[in-house]
Design a binder for this molecule. Structure first.
Ligand code: ADP
Ligand code: G3P
Length: 496
């Protein structure tokens, strides 16, 4: 057995694989994009075979990049886009429908019907989630209602449901294991996060036969070994976590009060609340941050749909920049006298508003407003939205005093200007890590620690290094005026 760890990050638009050496340094890497399917308005699908091939290919390429073979790899860690829903044949492993992606809204009527029946509180109480099509549960209901014969076969135990991790493990182990981890299970609307088990009553309400659900393991556990035919030797799969939870781990947010925020296309902020399961009164989610040695650590989660996507909008629709990295320089040129606000509710607003009907708007335009003010407003909108999440978190978690340090990751944190403005608006320090690929590192750590090769959580946290701390520098009246302007702009965008 070799001393290397291989980690797979199966994301929404691409799959990455990385090989890490025993010093947790990257020894090889590969990345592949795969097609997105939009068969109807609001529908988003992936072909499970595309996902599967991208995983096998990136693993092989990362091994080749490192100049290693399967025998050199001690363990695999997997992290994945969450909530995306797959069903497949237990005998053959053949998918029975395309994967329904987390962004897909088709099950909105199912959610509305359950809400009309007054059932949201029971789902929220047990799962920490809201009745929203984002989560897997109502996507499974839709599949059972629309794929011919699926329901009867699922009741007979012939069908497997799984999130992407579960499907990949099934395939990687040659169909021997139908398992998932606690963080992925926590995103289904079927899993009681307090009791740590599938909830038969909720499954009944969604019409989901229990026979199709995977076994739920800790994040660091024995998930099976890979079929030797795939990579040339068996490799144990020892770590699994949903991607936002893996970023909590990779950013070493192991202490209650520590928070990470990932700025990619959207933004997902998770605040570690320790073994306290904090119920949100501000429509944040309560979720499992990780479960290790049978002990569950919880988090409050807020999701923002548009973060880096606002930069893409400036580039692709407005044509103000050619590449994303030009946005900071443009924002710096903005006129400090102009107060321009962009509310990027392009696909509605996420937490804490959850307003699917809200649409974007720009406020404060004058004759002198140009691309620079648009750029500044787009970047600032990310900071203001993070502030809304942080405020909601503080309101929800009364036991927690004061602002925490925020650890950040994701493509957008390359922008120093944005990170500085984030610290200014939050009036809190923002820490950017030296190693920015925290999601895949988190998955690698789960596997490496379980294999006994990498340090424990404490030792791993000591190895986390800061690239730079952005300290807040805006004076209070300016900050308050800016925040008041943002709040007013959001109010004007809400649908009701
Ligand atoms: N230098 C930059 N300044 C601001 N935004 C950036 C910069 N570089 C990348 N981005 C934004 O970051 C996003 C990509 O980040 P990434 O973490 O790769 O996202 P995802 O995993 O969601 O695909 C894009 O939306 C892009 O617009
Ligand atoms: O694949 P990403 O990075 O867009 O993350 C998707 C989230 O897990 C959805 O909940």
């Amino acid at each position: 057995m070799g001393g290397y760890i291989l980690a797979i990050d199966q994301g929404t638009t691409s799959t990455r694989a990385m090989v890490f050496d025993s010093q947790m340094r990257v020894a090889g890497r590969a990345q592949r994009e795969f097609p997105q399917h939009f068969p109807a308005s609001g529908w988003v699908e992936h072909d499970p075979e595309d996902i599967w091939h991208s995983v096998v290919e990136t693993v092989r390429l990362a091994l080749a990049d490192a100049g290693l073979g399967a025998k050199d790899i001690a363990a695999i860690g997997i992290t994945n886009q969450r909530e995306t829903t797959l069903v497949w044949d237990r005998q053959t492993g053949a998918p029975l429908h395309r994967a329904i992606v987390w962004q897909d809204r088709r099950s909105a009527p199912i959610c509305e019907a359950l809400k009309r029946d007054g059932l949201e509180p029971v789902f929220t109480e047990r799962t920490g989630l809201l009745l929203d099509p984002y989560f897997s549960g109502t996507k499974i209901t839709w599949l059972l209602d629309h794929v011919d014969g699926l329901k009867a076969r699922a009741e007979r135990g012939e069908i497997c449901f799984g999130t992407v991790d579960s499907f990949l493990i099934f395939r990687l182990t040659g169909g021997r294991r139908h398992v998932t981890d606690a963080t992925n299970a926590a995103r289904t609307l079927l899993y009681d996060i307090g009791r740590n088990g599938w909830d038969a009553e909720l499954a009944g309400l969604l019409g989901v036969p229990l026979a199709m659900l995977p076994e739920v393991l800790d994040c660091a556990a024995d998930f099976g070994v890979t079929d030797p035919a795939l990579f040339g030797a068996e490799i144990p799969i020892l770590g699994v976590a949903g991607d936002q939870q893996a970023a909590v781990i990779g950013n070493a947010c192991f202490e209650p009060g520590m928070m990470k925020s990932t700025y990619g296309t959207g933004c997902f902020a998770l605040l570690n609340t320790g073994t306290d399961r904090v119920a949100s009164t501000s429509r944040l989610l309560t979720t499992i941050a990780y479960r290790l040695d049978g002990v569950t650590t919880y988090a409050l989660e807020g999701s923002i749909f548009i973060a880096g996507a606002a930069v893409q909008w400036l580039r692709d629709e407005m044509g103000f920049i050619k590449v994303a990295s030009q946005v900071s320089a443009l924002a710096e040129q903005a006129d400090p006298e102009q107060r321009v606000y962009l509310v990027p509710a392009f696909t509605g607003l996420g937490a804490p508003w959850w307003d699917a009907e809200a649409r974007g708007a720009i406020f404060g335009l004058t004759r002198g407003t140009g691309p620079a003010e648009f750029a500044r407003a787009a970047l600032e909108s990310v900071a203001f939205q993070t502030l809304d999440l942080l405020d909601a978190m503080q309101q929800d978690w009364q036991g927690h005093d004061g602002r925490t340090v925020l650890r950040v990751d994701g493509g957008m944190v390359a922008s120093d200007w944005t990170m500085q403005r984030l610290a200014d608006i939050l009036a809190a320090p923002v820490d950017r890590p030296l190693f920015l690929e925290t999601t895949i590192l988190g998955a690698a750590w789960l596997a490496g620690a379980r294999a006994g090769l990498w340090p424990d959580a404490k030792g791993f946290a000591e190895r986390w290094h800061r690239d730079r701390r952005f300290a807040p520098g805006m004076d209070a009246p300016e900050r308050e005026a800016a925040i008041a302007g943002w709040r007013d702009s959001v109010r004007r965008c809400l649908s009701a």
